[in-house]
Design a protein around this ligand. Structure first.
Ligand code: ARG
Ligand code: ZN
Length: 476
């Protein structure tokens, strides 16, 4: 106990300096790194399909996967292609004047001497992130355990951590699990730092912040910082703007979009592509990729996943299920209650404006992780598209790391606080009908409906969890 107290009262600065050593290697641009001299990122307001087809012909790098609610699409294009757009009278505005200049500035900034830098002052590469996980394990013994989920296409470890306090859960089984995974998409670096920042804040505030304590006492977080390790390494060594995994799919085609490779809704609607060269290529079959397989297997193996966030960038959105269709999910009222509270809490704490909604606020996406988590495990699950709204897009300056980390911290805290385990029929209120429904299902002991602990059986421990939540008679 003494050891643990020392650990959690250790100053954040000291911890971060410790971690900084793991990152001492300078960020020099590898010689073979793709360059984008003179390229611009434009936000186009297409007048119709012809404009969209023209864009698809011109650019091999969409920064959005389809028209947003306003109909706008973002693309990286060359100066010459920009002239073509102008020639055709396509309406557009320039988001980023010079992509290579932005990348150069970012690299120069990250090349600042490290000595006095803290972990969240900069981005860390694959090894740096892995070392930081080890640092957390060493700094918070009893709270953090490193886990290994399996390997990527190119054989890299997909690692993660289990994070919870040593306080035992009601009923003595494993606590309900909240999964936070980042970087299915390789270029979305801000998702990695935000995930680690959130974890670090909850751990370091355990003794001083009642909300952090309550979360770690009642739940276990499963953190997977780099879901797509091969893609991530590739963005550090070859092409900062790579999205998919690195599966060899043909002589000159590479990669499957991991967030189109999950089974629920796979290949349905317009939300993915069957074309090998597409940035949203769904793969030959659901779960064809080891990266999605291992995450699925892990989640199937834990007793009970009760909530999940799949972290992406950019656009500042909190997207509820479904991704693959516009039809309402079961329990929409509860989902809206939690999601809108997440949005509001971010605005109140960091001031960042996020929009909450279903696919109508972005575009349809099929075969996504949240659809699988919600559709298969029945857990609350959202996609969080982090900062910014397009000024820097995927190449977010390091000054955004802490503010965006605080966005996610706020989302996670609110999401967990608002989970309502007594709203058994998911009508957004806790009342007698929840008690009756629970009691009836409990009595038969035949279905898994009452298995709130998620250990595969309905027993006293489930009753204890339900009763503890029901006693409050409100959805938090
Ligand atoms: N930007 C994400 C992607 O393309 C969004 C996925 C979720 N989208 C949705 N409509 N729910 O993978
Ligand atoms: Zn993404």
């Amino acid at each position: 106990m003494q050891k643990f107290l020392t650990a959690v009262t250790m100053s954040a600065a000291a911890l971060l300096l410790l971690a900084g050593n793991a990152l001492a290697a300078p960020n020099t641009q590898p010689a073979e790194m793709a360059r984008f001299d003179g390229d611009v990122v434009v936000r186009v307001q297409p007048r119709g399909d012809a404009d969209l087809r023209l864009l698809e012909q011109l650019s091999d790098d969409p920064w959005t996967c389809g028209p947003s609610a306003t109909g706008a699409v973002d693309y990286r294009i060359s100066r010459e292609q920009l002239a073509t757009l102008t020639l055709h009278g396509v309406p557009f505005s320039v988001l980023i004047e010079d992509v290579q200049a932005l990348l150069d500035a970012d690299l120069a900034e990250r090349n600042q001497p490290f000595e006095n830098r803290a972990y969240f002052d900069t981005y860390a590469d694959y090894t740096g992130v892995s070392n930081y996980v080890n640092t957390l394990v060493a700094t918070y013994p009893g709270f953090v355990a490193r886990i290994s989920l399996g390997n990527s296409v190119e054989g890299r470890e997909i690692f993660g951590m289990r994070v919870t306090s040593p306080v035992p859960p009601i009923g003595g089984v494993r606590k309900p699990v909240v999964v936070l995974n980042s970087l299915q998409h390789a270029r979305e670096w801000i998702t990695v730092t935000s995930n680690l920042y959130t974890t670090t804040e909850l751990l370091s505030k355990y003794n001083t912040d009642a909300a952090a304590k309550s979360i770690l006492d009642q739940y276990e977080l499963v953190i997977i910082p780099i879901t797509n390790p091969d893609g991530y390494v590739y963005t550090w060594t070859n092409n900062r703007l790579w999205r998919k995994n690195r599966r060899v799919t043909g002589t000159s085609t590479r990669g499957i979009d991991l967030n189109r490779n999950w089974s629920v809704g796979w290949g349905l609607s317009s939300g993915s592509s069957g074309s090998l060269s597409s940035d949203t290529y769904r793969g030959p079959s659901p779960f064809s990729e080891p990266e999605t397989q291992v995450l699925r297997n892990y989640m199937l193996g834990v007793p009970k996943v009760v909530a999940h966030i799949d972290l992406h960038s950019y656009s500042q959105l909190i997207l509820r299920t479904w991704g693959y269709q516009y039809a309402d999910p079961i329990g929409l009222a509860s989902i809206n209650r939690i999601g809108s509270a997440m949005r509001d809490s971010v605005a109140a704490t960091t001031g960042a404006a996020y929009t909450f909604g279903g696919s109508e606020i972005l575009y349809l996406a099929s075969g996504t992780a949240p659809d699988w988590v919600f559709g298969t495990l029945g857990a609350f699950s959202v996609t969080a598209e982090l900062r910014d709204t397009g000024t820097n897009g995927f190449v977010l300056p390091t000054s955004f790391i802490v503010p965006t980390g605080n966005d996610v911290l706020s989302m996670v805290k609110t999401m967990i606080q608002k989970l309502c385990r007594a709203d058994f029929n998911k009508d957004n209120v806790v009342d007698d009908s929840d008690f009756v429904n629970f009691a009836v299902a409990y009595e038969t002991l035949t279905t898994n409906a009452c298995d709130l602990t998620g250990d595969g059986i309905t027993d006293d421990a489930d009753f204890v969890v339900f009763a503890a939540a029901y006693e409050q008679l409100i959805c938090p």
